[in-house]
Design a binder for this molecule. Structure first.
Ligand code: PEP
Ligand code: MG
Length: 598
């Protein structure tokens, strides 16, 4: 039988178009077929009838999958026990016990034999029965075991499927990706040539799904609540990332309308591309540095194509994803060296490992925390796992002789952390010196300012570093107590909130007083009016997704520094974020009109 294409496997689509409205997080328009990623529904597998002769084969398949899953779990347990300690690895001992549960195994084998069905279906039927039994009992301990069983079951199902865990790596045609949410490991392994847009149930403008969409330059809408449950693989969709609209089963007229919109957007962006080689300079001669944020080295051509003159944030944690081991110093050195060489003479700011929050690492399996955004993450993790941190620091130092590299630490919350990180960096310098390994002894070192405590103590922090980079994505989250990936409170996530403007101003004033430059690497600077506001507040560098840079550059080239400073000064006096927005609109709308994608 001819293999159906992935999108042809659709269930029958419901009749009639449906329009969804969510949060627009990455510009552009895409029209295409949906590919729904069901990470939650891994037990939803087809029932296939088998013959008597196929029964032993099916049982062997199931037993092989059990063996492979056991080996996977043993591997993870050993690694975790070596790296983090026995306590944290005990959870996997519980997982092994589930796999060795004779009654579960025998139940599955009986279903295969009695019902003559494929092992995936037999396994899903038995596991569902276990879930039901465990959730109904009045025993907290047993209830908690449900998530262990779920984890083990998912692993086993993947091994039964016998393919790479991530279907996104094996897409056969261009698709619009629909999901409840996309994890960094989904986006890291997906075939980026095949995904033309994202639409997800959850997320906000600075969630990693959104950042990833902007960095690969595809339209995305998040916060659509139920879309992954109502859309089917193969449904025709329109995703308008400029306005936050998704239309399912669009009629002919709607498709024509959005095709025009898509064309207009392409013309708009190619117009902006003409600015590629011009500096980010205001009409009255004030220049700022314009750099790009990247997650992967393969984004460098896009960085240069969009007119960035440097990388202001290289999120190295993606380097640690989707692998069962940790990247060694040598491997990291090669990667950082490549980036440094390819960007030379422009600067590249490497951010040390920013694990945690919504960036978790498959190779570390860090224990589950109640408040991951406030937890054992980023510099806190690195200062506890000195071996991992120092391997990265040495790799960066060694690569520094091959280009214009700088280093910065994420999530600094106090002076002691910054001093400890610098001390470890110093140790690394000494170690390299002793071994006569070359490095740039003058490599600039900076701190990210993304926690209010760091902003408010930036005066003392600025004496320990060569630059600051304000991470507004997290600064907003922590200052306003708004989870950056929660769509229900996305309305509270206000970059123009007076508290945010005051914190930014404080950091700039303190940095400049101590003669260091201050950049911004959060997503808010991708909005042209806000970029002008930041420039008016005195920011020296803006780093954001490559695809929004041309708009930012054009805004800077249109607005005088004098006006930007007046606007910033006045903006600091309002009581609400909405008033600031209204004011920005009043002052800048006429000048920046050509940049609006309406
Ligand atoms: C930030 O917090 O603003 C930032 C740039 O880092 P990330 O989005 O990776 O947390
Ligand atoms: Mg951050």
């Amino acid at each position: 039988m001819k293999e159906k294409s992935q999108v042809e496997k659709a269930k029958t689509p419901p009749a009639g178009a449906k329009k969804w409205t969510g949060i627009p997080v990455s510009s552009g328009v895409a029209i295409g077929k949906a590919f729904v990623l069901h990470t939650e529904d891994f037990l939803d597998v087809p029932r296939l009838k088998i013959t008597d002769r196929q029964i032993p084969e099916e049982i062997t398949r199931f037993e092989d999958a059990l063996t492979r899953t056991r080996a996977d779990i043993l591997g993870i347990r050993k690694k975790l026990s070596d790296e983090i300690g026995r306590d944290q690895s005990d959870i996997f001992t519980a997982h092994l016990l589930i796999l060795e549960d004779r009654s579960l195994i025998e139940d599955v084998i009986s279903v295969i034999k009695d019902k003559k069905v494929n092992s995936e279906f037999a396994f899903s039927e038995v596991v569902e029965k276990y879930f039901r039994a465990f959730t109904q009992v009045d025993d907290e301990y047993l209830k908690e075991r449900v998530s262990d069983i779920r984890d083990v079951a998912r692993r086993l199902m993947e091994n039964l499927a016998g393919k790479g865990q991530n279907p996104l790596a094996h897409l056969t045609e261009k698709v619009i990706l629909i999901a409840h949410d996309l994890s960094p490991s989904d986006t890291a392994t997906m075939d980026k040539q095949k995904v033309i847009a994202f639409a997800t149930d959850v997320g906000g403008p600075t969630s990693h799904t959104a950042i990833m969409a902007r960095s690969i330059g595809i339209p995305a809408v998040v916060g659509l609540e139920q879309i992954s449950r109502e859309v089917n693989t193969g449904d025709l969709l329109v995703v308008d990332g400029n306005h936050g609209i998704v239309v399912v089963h669009p009629d002919k007229r709607t498709v024509e309308e959005f095709t025009r919109e898509e064309k207009r957007f392409i013309e708009f962006t190619s117009d902006l591309d003409k600015l590629r080689n011009l500096p980010a300079e205001t009409p009255d001669g004030h220049r700022i540095e314009l750099a790009a944020n990247i997650e992967f080295p393969d984004e460098i051509p896009s960085v240069l194509a969009h007119g960035a003159r440097g990388i202001g944030l290289y999120r190295t944690e993606y380097f640690y994803l989707n692998r069962t081991d940790l990247p060694l110093e040598e491997e990291q050195y090669e990667a950082y060296r490549t980036v440094a060489e390819r960007m030379k003479p422009y600067p590249v700011i490497i951010r040390s490992l920013d694990l945690g929050g919504d960036k978790f690492l498959s190779s570390l399996e860090v224990p589950h925390e109640m408040n991951p955004f406030l937890g054992w993450r980023a510099i806190r993790f690195c200062l506890a796992r000195v071996d991992i941190f120092k391997a990265q620091l040495r790799a960066v130092l060694r690569a520094s002789v091959h280009g214009n590299l700088k280093l910065m630490y994420p999530m600094i919350s106090n002076l002691t952390e910054l001093q400890s990180a610098n001390r470890l960096l110093d140790e690394c310098r000494k170690e390299l010196k002793k071994k006569k390994i070359p490095f740039d002894s003058k490599m600039a070192v900076g701190a990210m300012i993304e926690i209010p405590s760091a902003a408010l103590t930036s005066d003392s922090l600025s004496r320990e570093v060569d630059f600051f980079s304000i991470g507004t994505n997290d600064l907003i989250q922590y200052a306003l107590a708004v989870d950056r990936v929660n769509e229900k409170i996305a309305y509270l996530y206000e970059p123009t909130h007076p508290a945010i403007l005051k914190l930014i101003k404080e950091v700039i004033v303190n940095g400049h007083r101590n003669k260091i430059w201050v950049g911004s690497c959060g997503e808010m600077s991708g909005d042209p009016a806000i970029a002008v506001l930041l420039m008016g507040l005195g920011i020296d560098e803006i780093s954001t997704s490559p695809f929004v840079l041309p708009k930012v550059k054009k805004a800077i080239r249109l607005v005088s520094y004098k006006l930007a400073r007046e606007v910033a000064q006045k903006a600091l006096q309002f009581g609400t974020g909405a008033e600031v927005q209204k004011f920005l609109h009043q002052k800048l709308h006429k000048i920046l009109k050509s940049l609006e994608e309406e």
